[in-house]
Design a protein around this ligand. Structure first.
Ligand code: ATP
Ligand code: MG
Length: 469
């Protein structure tokens, strides 16, 4: 009777609460209660766990690899969590290197495969508790600046971001330890923060981007209490170091789910702090800007699904392009001629953008080249067309032109002309150049007014200011 009463009290407690806190004892799933198998994991990662356990430490596979395999997705990498300190881990393996400052980690190398081994970390001491400033620190808004306080397995689960990322798999006993009802959330396809969502976002605002990234990648919903604070806290991303945001943005847009990621970022108002000028363009010319960016991202997703290479430069060129006209117009209004205005606008835009997201020079240069190509592609007379064809940036410039056209920019059939030109033989090419007449000497600079196609008529008034000429 007592047992029955007890169990009727226990079961509701086991369902995730709006604020999911960590259990003091985990739910343990034995091998018959889950679908994971040891041989699905990297054999190197499994051997690291075995070795650490044999040396007397606790060690588990954790994070994305456990989550993804439960969803029958091939993991990107394999992370190990252990009670051994980085120095103790390094002592166990010849092929290990301690890396990182903000998070000290050990990379164990096996040929080209790298397994990341992290020591259990404790959640951050609260502000009113004594804080060892050598090990950890946070700023006045609660953001964690350094985080090297080692802890127990339970504490390690607590400091992880989402319930679905806090599953620990022991390949030796083949059991899963679930501290935060992550298995429940995997089954219900929900992204849910561990602990109080607002506090967890304040500790690390990048978690807002991670929520979106996992929601898009896994096709999960963001649980409503975890989604609710995001719009309010989105501006906190402005304080994140621009180099970290560059890494994060690449993950957002180069993981194969960029198109839905973009929709979610816009919806949750996370796009503005990342790309302020593009967000303004999205308000000024919603249809054109949205179409151009979505098409570029859909293209990227497709290429990734086909294992084709993608360049961040093309992606950033597209994300920023709709923000150029407003700048060009402003400079032309001050009396600058069109081409210098375009050059100056491009320069200003990239400098501004790099304050938010530190795009390295090796990408900003090709972004400029792709944009410059847009001014040169209309000018085809004499030997110009052949010179352009030989330009190493031609292909990216031509693809970018097609992208602009598919977003509705009026280019007088320029994309089709270049498609035909590439398919033609020498004498056909000479005819094409002869037939150009004077228009090929080239007006055509900068982002143009979008074509008023029938489908877009409704939006005409919104797009009235998109012209740059
Ligand atoms: P994937 O590798 O597929 O992108 P992942 O979940 O493995 O996904 P990582 O960035 O590799 O993501 O991080 C590994 C684990 O570390 C996460 O699963 C999570 O538990 C923890 N983690 C990473 N970043 C944070 C963060 N900002 N706050 C809290 N925990 C984090
Ligand atoms: Mg990972």
């Amino acid at each position: 009777m007592l047992k029955k009463l007890f169990s009727s009290f226990r079961s509701p407690l086991r369902r995730p609460q709006p604020t999911q806190h960590i259990r003091s004892t985990p739910e343990v799933l034995s091998s018959s209660q889950h679908s994971l198998q040891r041989n699905q994991f990297s054999r190197y990662a499994v051997s690291i766990v075995e070795r650490l356990q044999n040396a007397g430490y606790q060690a588990y596979l954790v994070g994305g690899c456990v989550r993804d395999l439960m969803l029958h997705i091939e993991p990107k990498d394999f992370d190990v969590a252990t009670s051994a300190t980085p120095e103790q881990v390094r002592a166990e393996f010849r092929n290990a290197r301690v890396i990182g400052r903000r998070f000290k980690l050990v990379h164990v190398h096996f040929g080209r495969e790298i397994i990341e081994v992290a020591t259990f970390r404790a959640n951050h001491p609260q502000d009113d508790e004594e804080e060892d400033s050598n090990q950890s620190s946070r700023n006045e808004s609660g953001r964690i600046l350094r985080d090297n306080v080692y802890g127990t397995l339970e504490e390690d689960a607590q400091r992880r971001d989402f319930t679905i990322n806090a599953l620990y798999y022991d390949p030796v006993s083949e059991r899963i330890l679930d501290y935060a009802n992550g298995v429940h959330d995997i089954r219900n396809r929900l992204i849910r923060l561990i602990g109080d969502p607002e506090q967890r976002y304040k500790e690390d605002p990048v978690r807002m981007l991670r929520a979106v990234r996992f929601a898009a990648k896994l096709d999960f919903g963001i649980e409503k209490h975890s989604a609710l604070p995001i719009r309010n806290l989105a501006p906190m991303l402005r304080d994140i170091p621009s180099a970290r945001l560059f890494e994060e943005v690449l993950k957002l847009f180069l993981s194969g789910y960029a198109e839905s990621t973009f929709e979610m970022l816009v919806d949750l108002e996370l796009f503005e702090p990342l790309f302020p000028a593009s967000a303004r363009a999205l308000e000024l010319n919603p249809t054109y800007t949205h179409t151009l960016i979505s098409e570029a991202l859909a293209n990227t997703d497709l290429r990734i699904s086909q294992n084709k290479p993608v360049t961040p430069a093309f992606l950033f060129a597209a994300l920023l392009w709709p923000a150029l006209p407003a700048k060009v117009i402003r400079l032309q209004d001050r009396g600058m001629p069109p081409i210098p205005a375009m050059q100056e606008a491009a320069h200003e835009l990239i400098v501004e953008q790099c304050q938010r997201i530190a795009i390295p020079k090796r990408f900003t240069m090709p972004i400029r080249e792709i944009w410059d190509m847009q001014e040169r592609l209309p000018r085809r007379s004499g030997k110009r067309a052949d010179l352009l064809l030989d330009n190493p940036r031609f292909r990216a410039g031509y693809d970018f032109l097609l992208l602009r056209e598919s977003a509705g920019e009026e280019t007088d059939g320029l994309g089709e002309w270049w498609t035909d030109y590439q398919d033609s033989n020498d004498s056909e090419r000479r005819d094409m150049i002869r037939n150009l007449g004077s228009k090929a000497d080239g007006e055509g600079t900068g982002p143009r007014k979008r074509r008023r196609s029938s489908g877009a008529k409704r939006k005409r008034s919104e797009d009235a200011s998109s012209a740059s000429e």
